[in-house]
Design a protein around this ligand. Structure first.
Ligand SMILES: Nc1nc2c(ncn2[C@@H]2O[C@H](COP(=O)(O)OP(=O)(O)OP(=O)(O)O)[C@@H](O)[C@H]2O)c(=O)[nH]1
Ligand SMILES: [Mg+2]
Length: 172
């Protein structure tokens, strides 16, 4: 028997949610943009095969009832901001608080993702700020770029990927 887990990606428009999904599920950076989509991936966690269903939401024009429906069904949440956008970082709190409200009284699992780490000359959000927010939310913090399978920096396993971390957090 396979375990099934639902993972929901949330974040401002353009932070790279769809690009991250494609990199994980199809192994490439190019993709077809969509309003909303879901992806399935089977992955091994320890010795157990798990089926991840990943819900990629739209950052802009995402109707509130639809967003809440996604939040209600999620087992785990990937909160994505882009390091070249302070606005996207500031929006994380709103997503976090909405999830807390919708999932109350259960304690949802989060992972905080700083994407577009390849855009080194346009960084608006520091490593320290990301770390601090993750500590506040008591969640894993991953810095990555959807251009590559690997994370650019990650504690404590620099060779890990966003999705192996995510799977590790969500599948318990
Ligand atoms: N340089 C760089 N560009 C990226 C990265 N990830 C995504 N992009 C680009 O950023 C743009 C937006 O990426 P999307 O994946 O469509 O962003 P999204 O979060 O799904 O946006 P919405 O669906 O509108 O909410 C595209 O042009 C991507 O090619 C990254 O890690 N590095
Ligand atoms: Mg998208």
């Amino acid at each position: 028997m396979e375990d099934k887990w639902k993972v929901v990606l949330l974040g401002d428009g353009g932070v790279g949610k769809t690009a991250l999904c494609w990199q994980f599920v199809r192994g490439r950076f190019t993709y077809d943009p969509t309003i909303e989509d879901s992806f399935r991936k089977h992955t091994l966690v320890d010795t157990q095969m798990c089926a991840l269903e990943i819900f990629d939401t739209a950052g802009h024009d995402f109707a509130v009832p639809l967003r809440e429906e996604c939040m209600r069904m999620g087992d785990g949440f990937v909160l994505v901001y882009s390091v070249d956008s302070r606005r996207s970082f500031e929006q994380i709190r709103g997503f976090y608080e909405d999830i807390g409200r919708v999932k109350h009284p259960s304690n949802p699992v989060f992972i905080l993702v700083a994407n577009k780490m390849d855009m080194r000359n346009e960084i608006q959000v520091s490593h320290g700020e990301g770390l601090q927010l993750a500590a506040q939310y008591n969640c894993q913090f991953v810095e990555t770029t959807a251009k590559s399978q690997k994370c650019t920096s990650l504690h404590p396993q620099p060779e890990s990927s966003l999705w192996s971390e995510c799977t590790g957090c969500v599948v318990t």
